[in-house]
Design a protein around this ligand. Structure first.
Ligand code: GAL
Length: 968
């Protein structure tokens, strides 16, 4: 099978549910050519998606369907240990963490899963996926250290148990491959034993699918070897500031040679790039890795013989809460084919064109490189491959220097059957065009249905057979010449239904030659004997409007809408689902006995066209307008600054020992992780008896330095602002009038924790967070520290929103971010609002949405500052932390509020905590923006989560609140 057949509709999509069927076991094998699933060589065309970066399960189904619709037959998924485990021994797989549901959705969407449970995953996420509680352990990570081993086995037991239930091998799901660890480029004996232990554990836990690796040349044989090794490759790098810059194509020939048992496999080939704080934004990353990049590099992989390509990322998502590792910001859009708000881009269109071909020409899964004549234009190069069994040939044509931007033309000499090479195109005065940074895969000697395609200088997007009729979609760049030659036993009858196509029958060679220019959509019908062919020849813009969907009775083709999701035959009618971005036509190519169809459950009136298709009109979305956020309630929210604040219930930061070998600073240990505060902002209050001689205070903090330094801490002495610093140590002068000589003095420090570093195998994720030292100049005065981060530390009062959602701001501890909190006594304000007072202010407002039913309107919250100010804001929608905005760093200003968290048919609460880090803080203008508007089959259920009362109750049950906390 080319891809698993989808179940009849997803739970969240308006389509009839499938009858339960008994599981069918499947075989997964592989050889040096390709994966072989149930005996069929299969081209793996896969994309990465992280469910934990999209905390609204119905939207998982949306992403998976969008991937399936674009021709992806697999999705690669990291499972994030830290996301599921707030404390040792505690694992949550419910709600937004319901991995069973995710894997069922993948099965229902008809898409294979490459499972990547780590234990280490990297992924620009906090500690590379290690849980917060692992930070303060001692053993070397990613080694056989006993404490590390005990920890990760705990996780593997939990996640393997779920993955094992969904394996393709026993037919209960579509888990196809299982990745062991992540990019471990270390071949030491200990690392090999560590790898072997994960593998033995997976097998003991019931994993039966092949084990894969993305460790480049490592773990091919011997202890720790994986079944299918793979190579990760990011040829465009990650510098989105220069999106025009290209690198050349690397030749994977030696890797191809090294892999003697398994195919050339890219577990991660570049699908976009992450952006950093202060970076150029994701549209630049999307340009860096745009459709031209996709064509040239992904087709070069085909030329190198790869039959397993996974793209990192296909949908990137959102680093909501404190999920990100230091350096990257809230959006993990990644410049991917599907944007963070689930919009389809030109990168998606391009991947669809190639992806469909990889599935439409099964011969591509088994090819050898073969010599071929060079193009007559020396600026160009061609690689040829042939399927040794059926003779299908693939010519991959691009510039010799892949960075070349010149537009060129050429002729190619291609092998047709056993004859000597033929120069194509044959039509005098025409040539094959290759523009700068373009690439084409041209086919020769292809058999499909009853057809025998000699060659085409157009690219084949897809082909399918409907009853007695074969259909092929060919395409080329707008206005380029194309030539297609088909073989027939005798002269066929032909009919140009649409467009301008010249035809020439050559009786000597038994070939029908079609010449045309790619412009809109041309249609040609060709009949000969019992063969009927409909050729649809489009320019790229026309081609991308086609969708091929599987049904119980084989594939169908349709054209027109923004997205086609599912198709089910129901007697002589077809039930289709999908999305439209505007009113327009839909054309359906389906079995001849199909009388009509419905769209999103509503029957539509269709005409039969000259192409023997069904055509109808579809409505677009109705326009939407969003409420203006005019009135805000505001409260000051940093009582910790005041000397009289009661911190008696806070933990004393007075420890003298820690297992964490990374604490190499003076005592006491101040690392927030040692006090179980792993995520978000942390308050420290230091009490000291002043001598009066203190002239300055030296404060050292580590907020997480990586890819630039955009964390921050701010400090106050007896309520007087000392200043701020990004990370590291700073001496703050003390005005003697601020000190109470002989009395209790307080220094209050608010420290951001931008996340734990990713792990390079040495323990970097253990780098301390929070204060790392404090001392006075002028006098050796001692300080006694108290610390307060998120309420409960590892014992979460709100496990639904989980460990990354809330930090240690006063308002977070008081539940001000939650729906149901009453801000009625707060003052009101409008935005923007400026303040000269460093500290933290909370802003709250509510609004009602009633979006038209059956529409998918991705909504974002926008913060707009005319000029940057010194503040950073944390954005909550209905209690969910969906954004971190830094006015003086950027670049993100629009924060996606995913449906499901956002109530699109009811009341919503926004809470924004703004931390003014200097005397020019405040909060900019805040508005809601629609990032799209689709009439859609998507239905999104509300994600259940506790409100203010429920969380407060849980908090009370956990511990007695701090006195100061209780009084405000
Ligand atoms: C890879 C890694 C991924 C991700 C990617 C960059 O090296 O395996 O997890 O971090 O780099 O986005």
């Amino acid at each position: 099978m080319q891809a698993p057949a989808p179940a009849a509709g997803l739970a969240s999509i308006a389509a009839p549910a499938a009858a339960p069927t008994s599981p069918q076991p499947h075989t997964i094998a592989y050889d040096r050519y390709s994966l072989i699933i149930d005996g069929k060589p299969t081209y793996l065309w896969s994309g990465s998606f992280h469910y934990w970066r999209l905390p609204s399960p119905d939207l998982w189904a949306d992403v998976l369907q969008k991937m399936k619709a674009a021709g992806f037959n697999a999705v690669e998924i990291y499972f994030d240990w830290g996301y599921h485990s707030p404390r040792r021994g505690v694992y949550d797989f419910s709600g937004i963490r319901d991995v069973d549901r995710l894997l069922d959705m993948a099965r229902d969407a008809g898409i294979y899963v490459i499972a990547r449970p780590g234990p280490y995953i990297n992924a620009e996420t906090d500690a590379g996926g290690f849980p917060g509680w692992l930070v303060t352990t001692a053993g070397k990570p990613r080694s056989t250290a006993p404490d590390y081993t005990a920890a990760y086995r705990e996780w593997m037991t939990e996640i393997d148990r779920i993955l094992a239930r969904h394996q393709l091998t026993d037919g209960r799901g579509t888990v196809l491959l299982y990745q062991v660890e992540n990019e471990l480029y270390d071949d030491s004996a200990d690392t090999r034993r560590y790898m072997q232990d994960i593998e033995d554990k997976a097998h003991a836990d019931g994993i039966t699918v092949p084990l894969i690796g993305n460790h480049n040349d490592n773990f091919f044989t011997g202890v720790g070897a994986v079944d299918m090794p793979g190579y990760d490759s990011y040829p465009a790098d990650f510098d989105c500031t220069r999106p025009e810059r290209w690198n050349n194509v690397y030749d994977f020939a030696s890797e191809r040679k090294r892999l003697t048992r398994s195919p050339l496999f890219f577990p991660e080939f570049q699908g976009g790039a992450f952006d950093v704080w202060g970076g150029p934004g994701y549209e630049a990353c999307r340009k860096l890795t745009g459709p031209d990049f996709e064509r040239v590099f992904y087709e070069s992989n085909i030329a190198a013989g790869s039959t397993m390509q996974n793209f990192y990322m296909t949908y990137g998502g959102i680093n909501w809460g404190w999920l990100s590792s230091p350096g990257v910001y809230t959006s993990y859009d990644y410049g991917a084919p599907i944007t963070a708000n689930r919009t389809l881009t030109t990168k998606y269109d391009q991947q669809k064109l190639i992806g469909y071909m990889t599935q439409a020409v099964p011969s591509l899964a088994r090819t050898d490189a073969v010599a071929t004549s060079a193009p007559d234009n020396p600026r160009l190069r061609v690689n040829a491959r042939v399927n040794p069994e059926d003779g299908t040939r693939f010519y991959i044509l691009r510039h010799a220097d892949a960075t070349d931007t010149s537009n060129d033309t050429t002729h190619l000499r291609i092998a047709l059957g056993t004859k000597t090479e033929t120069t194509v195109p044959q039509q005098p005065g025409t040539a094959i065009r290759i523009d700068g940074r373009d690439s084409k895969v041209l086919l020769a000697n292809v058999h499909f249905g009853k057809q025998d395609l000699a060659y085409s200088t157009s690219e084949l997007m897809t082909q399918l057979s409907l009853g007695d009729r074969d259909i092929a979609v060919l395409y080329g760049r707008h206005d380029e010449d194309g030539e297609t030659v088909l073989r027939y036993a005798a002269e066929p009858t032909t009919q140009v239904i649409d467009g301008k196509v010249a035809m020439h029958w050559d009786a000597a060679t038994h070939t029908l030659r079609l010449n045309y220019r790619h412009d809109g959509l041309a249609r040609v019908a060709v009949h000969q004997g019992d063969s009927t062919l409909l050729l649809l020849i489009g320019d790229n813009e026309a081609a991308i409007r086609f969708w091929q969907l599987p049904t119980q009775a084989g594939p169908i083709l349709l054209r027109g809408p923004y997205l086609a999701r599912t198709a089910i035959h129901d007697g002589d009618r077809l039930a289709l689902t999908g999305d439209t971005d505007a009113a327009g036509e839909i054309e359906v190519f389906t079995a001849p006995d199909t009388r009509g169809f419905s769209w999103n459950g509503v029957p539509v009136a269709a005409n039969v066209t000259a192409s023997a298709s069904l055509q109808a009109h579809l409505d677009g979305p109705t326009p939407v307008s969003l409420p203006h956020l005019t009135t805000w309630h505001i409260s000051e929210a940093a009582p910790e600054i005041a000397p009289a604040f009661d911190d008696s219930a806070w933990k004393a930061a007075d420890r003298a020992t820690t297992p964490n070998p990374y604490w190499n600073h003076k005592l006491p240990i101040l690392d927030a992780d040692d006090y179980d505060f792993h995520h978000g902002n942390v308050w420290y209050r230091g009490h000291f008896k002043a001598t009066g001689k203190e002239t300055a205070i030296l404060l050292g903090a580590n907020t997480g330095v990586h890819l630039g330094n955009h964390g921050i801490f701010t400090a106050w002495l007896n309520g007087h602002f000392l200043g701020n610093n990004p990370s590291g140590a700073q001496q703050f002068p003390i005005d003697p009038r601020w000190l109470k000589a002989g009395g209790d003095n307080v220094v209050s420090v608010l420290v951001e924790n931008t996340g734990h570093l990713q792990e390079e195998h040495s323990g970097t994720f253990r780098e301390p967070r929070g204060l790392i030292g404090a001392s006075f100049a002028g006098a050796p005065t001692d300080i006694r520290w108290k610390i307060q981060g998120n309420v409960g530390g590892e014992a979460l009062p709100d496990p639904i929103r989980g460990p990354f959602n809330a930090g240690g701001f006063y308002g977070e501890r008081m539940g001000w971010h939650l729906p149901g909190f009453s801000d009625g006594r707060w003052a009101t304000t409008t935005l923007p609002r400026a303040t000269d007072k460093p500290g933290v202010d909370w802003y709250r407002t509510s609004f009602r949405l009633d979006l038209p039913a059956g529409q998918d309107v991705p909504i974002a919250l926008r913060i707009h500052d005319i000029a940057p100010h010194h503040y950073r804001a944390i954005i909550f929608i209905n209690g969910w932390q969906m954004g971190r905005y830094i006015s003086d760093v950027g670049p993100q200003t629009d924060f996606e509020l995913p449906a499901g968290l956002l109530n699109t048919h009811g009341d919503n609460t926004i809470a924004i905590a703004s931390w003014s880090t200097a005397q020019d803080g405040g909060l900019g203008e805040v508005s809601l923006v629609a990032q799209g508007n689709l009439r859609s089959a998507l239905h999104v259920g509300t994600v259940a989560a506790p409100d203010y009362e429920q969380v407060m109750q849980a908090q009370r049950a956990l511990s007695k609140p701090a006195k100061g906390d209780a009084t405000k």
